[in-house]
Design a binder for this molecule. Structure first.
Ligand code: 9MR
Length: 375
């Protein structure tokens, strides 16, 4: 009898020890500190939210958002194609849900976006008549900007209006409304949303030629006496090729214009690039093969460490310019939810963010928080 009891006791001790270890491992993997707290005196820390998260159907994702971030950008639900599918038809449902979620959790919303050549609803894409385009442009901006004024913190008023050489990109807006359309978009937004910050957002604007185009565009808006509060550098870079010097020069050049600088769609992909140029143009796609998807079975530690170092260098730079840099937003919550799994080659396994597919912090998370001063 005594022997049986001691056997049971011994077994329970072993069991307890094992469980304890499991608990300890799990605890080690759950971040105890949050990005938003660690950087609270420096800049806002944001993430893009997908539709499931906006509907609060992704409990792990929603929990992580509330814990780690104090700014959110809707990844898709406020794009024209979704929110304004017909001349008189608006779908405000998910945008309203996003605003309610953010308010409840003390999170700022950056609304994305008012004017973009891409993801336009078919009724706009096929418009031939200049007056109709002008009417759509005015209705769209005025309706959305006024509805969410005071409810969202900021708007990406115009998204991706520039080409790589710094000239205005060919689009239905440039074609029908002429090259003052960006100024006009900000003028309409300013009128409809006096309590909302107004931003220009684009990728590759850290590159010298495109940067010069962005500077000219901002000066043009300012010269017209129209308000622009900030510029978003999207930050879709490759982890092994982050253009640090261009980024630093851009922070300096844009803040010299008296506006806020933000990094609005940050992700550092680790997969091979099918081209020799970097872009975030969703219309450019390529075919894949196994060589182009080398980490389908997991991220090698060496690559995770390389990415962690790239994130560390970036955040060190952001902190150096914390007077000018007001928000850093990641483009997605975890690696599995990133658009980079399907672009430019569909069906790959990419690892661009701070949290892995199980929402666990990666080495990149720890290297980022290590740059923050303990508060
Ligand atoms: O991440 C977004 C993806 O889910 C959409 O399919 C795509 C097209 O709407 O847009 C992606 O987000 C883009 C953002 O709105 C603007 N900058 C580039 C982003 C990545 O393509």
């Amino acid at each position: 009898m005594i022997r049986r009891v001691s056997l049971i006791l011994a077994l329970s001790t072993v069991l307890l020890a094992v469980c304890g270890d499991i608990e300890k491992t799990a605890a080690q993997k759950v971040p105890t500190r949050s990005l938003k707290d660690l950087f609270k005196d420096d800049f806002l820390i944001g993430t893009a939210m997908n539709a499931r998260q906006i509907e609060e159907k992704d409990s792990a994702g929603n929990g992580l958002i509330i814990r780690q971030f104090n700014a959110v950008t809707p990844e898709n639900v406020m794009k024209a194609e979704i929110i304004h599918p017909g001349w008189d038809k608006y779908n405000f449902d998910l945008a309203d849900k996003l605003v309610a979620f953010a308010e409840r959790n003390n999170i700022k919303v950056n609304a994305h976006n008012l004017i973009w050549h891409s993801q336009l609803p078919p009724f706009v894409r096929n418009m031939k008549n200049t007056d109709s385009v002008r009417q759509y442009f005015e209705n769209h901006i005025t309706t959305l900007a006024s509805r969410y004024d005071g409810k969202v913190y900021s708007w990406d008023v115009v998204n991706e209006a520039l080409d790589e050489d710094g000239s205005l990109r060919k689009s239905i807006f440039l074609d029908k409304l002429g090259d003052d359309y960006v100024v006009e978009a900000f003028r309409l937004a300013q009128k409809a949303a006096p309590h909302t910050k107004l931003y220009y957002n684009d990728y590759n604007i850290e590159q010298p030629k495109k940067r010069a185009g962005a500077i000219a565009l901002i000066k043009r808006i300012q010269a017209a006496g129209v308000r622009i509060d900030g510029i978003g550098i999207q930050g879709h870079w490759r982890a092994d090729k982050v253009p640090m010097k261009d980024i630093e020069e851009s922070i300096q050049a844009f803040s010299a214009l008296g506006i806020d600088v933000m990094f609005t769609e940050l992700d550092l992909g680790v997969l091979p690039n099918p081209w020799d140029h970097q872009t975030a143009d969703v219309s450019q796609t390529a075919a894949g093969n196994e060589k182009m998807n080398p980490y389908a079975n997991g991220l090698p530690d060496s690559v995770a460490q390389m990415q962690a170092k790239a994130y560390k260098d970036l955040f060190t730079l952001f902190l150096e310019y914390k007077k000018n840099v007001t928000r850093i937003s990641f483009w997605g919550v975890n690696d599995g939810q990133s658009w980079l799994n399907n672009w430019p080659i569909p069906g790959r396994t990419n690892y661009p963010l701070l949290f892995d597919r199980d929402f666990k912090p990666k080495p990149a998370f720890y290297s980022v928080i290590a740059t923050a001063k303990e508060k």
